[in-house]
Design a protein around this ligand. Structure first.
Ligand code: FMN
Length: 354
């Protein structure tokens, strides 16, 4: 069955223009990643998970995650934590920052997060999970959405009990990554559970996990009845995969296009994170962009060794001189940085963050 991924759908009164959602990924989903995702066909983009404790303490780095670009809408900002009152306050800050949706993380399997009672552990404490969603939904007018795993242990079906309860508590949409927390990223996402969840709730469900091709996206949409599919790892250094999934345009990018996208990504990330933080953050992206046979392996290794992001940009221009025209065009389309943050809503200290 052919499914049109260019169809729009709604989370309450928020229109999502395509059925493709870009996954929240810690250490990946910076603004440049989300913007690029929108350009390549994602109908909804999401920040990485943001600590409600960090927001509460006005931690400068945490507040930086609340930057919203004019061209990112619709955008979800994801928060994590275990205290309903703090999560409600975090939701208020997310709303004030201009996000269209506030998403709650009930899926993170990483010990640093679960040991604080947040992330996937909340699937084993559904009363608390519901209190969190309820408090957030009461605190804000924007929809509260939830991203969850199937449960904590292998084979768990907890999501089918907890999901409908979260909807009753006020969740306007659910995203299911049907692996257990214990599995981390091993094995396969079992989307038969996604289909079961769709049957149990009357809000849109998004299917996350192992969507890497148009055929897979269409099959998952058709067999589960999900409103959308989410793409995570498949989009790392590969925005062209998003275009292929949405439109079926499967042509491989030229070297110039790859270099241009990477150069823009580097420049925007330096602006967002500052040069020092960006230079370590960006290294993994060099491999992601330049792999897949697009550039010779030694070239990738050379870039990782370079001192600064500026040096990497210079080297990329040298390797693909015609990338300059593409970069110029892409940069001309960026919104004015002045329009990016609701200035009166944010503590003054975050402007220093680059
Ligand atoms: C590096 C990395 C970081 C992630 N960070 C988050 C996160 O902050 N919040 C979240 O809900 N899921 C996070 N995830 C899970 C993804 O959103 C997604 O559900 C998962 O990777 C499965 O989709 P995929 O097979 O398309 O990658 C992360 C995944 C990866 C690989």
């Amino acid at each position: 069955m052919q499914v049109n991924l260019r169809e729009s759908w709604w989370i309450r009164d928020v229109e999502i223009p395509t059925r493709l959602v870009l996954a929240p990924m810690a250490g990946v989903s910076v603004q440049a990643f989300r913007r690029q995702g929108r350009r390549f066909g994602a109908g909804l983009v999401c920040s990485e998970m943001v600590s409600c404790a960090g927001l509460e303490h006005h931690n400068e780095r945490t507040l930086g995650y609340l930057r919203v670009g004019g061209d990112e809408h619709p955008l979800a900002i994801q928060v994590f934590g275990s205290d309903p009152a703090l999560m409600a306050e975090a939701a208020r800050m997310v709303e004030a920052a201009g996000a269209d949706l506030v998403d709650v993380n009930f899926g993170c399997p990483v010990r640093k997060v679960t040991k604080t009672g947040a992330g996937a552990t909340l699937l084993d404490d559904p009363d608390r999970a519901c209190r969190i969603v309820e408090a957030m939904a009461e605190a804000v007018a924007i929809p509260v959405t939830v991203k969850l795993r199937r449960g904590c242990d292998d084979g768990s079906r907890t999501c089918l009990d907890v999901g409908p309860r979260l909807v009753a508590a006020g969740a306007a949409s659910l995203t299911l990554h049907p692996r257990s927390a214990k599995q981390m990223y091993t094995g396969e996402a079992d989307h038969s559970l996604t289909a079961e969840l769709v049957d149990l709730v009357d809000v849109p469900v998004v299917a996350s996990g192992d969507i890497t091709s148009r055929a897979r996206a269409q099959a998952v949409l058709a067999t589960t009845g999900a409103a959308g599919v989410m793409v995570g790892r498949g989009a790392q250094g590969n925005p062209w995969a998003l275009r292929e999934i949405v439109d079926g345009e499967g042509s491989q990018p030229s070297r110039e296009e790859v270099a241009a996208e990477l150069i823009l990504f580097i420049r925007e990330t330096v602006r967002e994170l500052g040069e020092r933080r960006a230079s370590g953050f960006l290294k993994k992206f060099y491999g992601w962009y330049l792999g897949r046979g697009r550039f010779p392996r030694p070239f990738k290794q050379e870039l990782v060794q370079l001192e600064s992001p500026d040096d990497v940009v210079t080297r990329l221009f040298a390797a693909a001189p015609r990338a300059a025209e593409i970069v110029e065009r892409l940069e001309a389309e960026l919104p004015d940085p002045e329009d990016e943050i609701l200035l009166d809503q944010m503590p003054i200290s975050i402007y220093g963050g680059g």
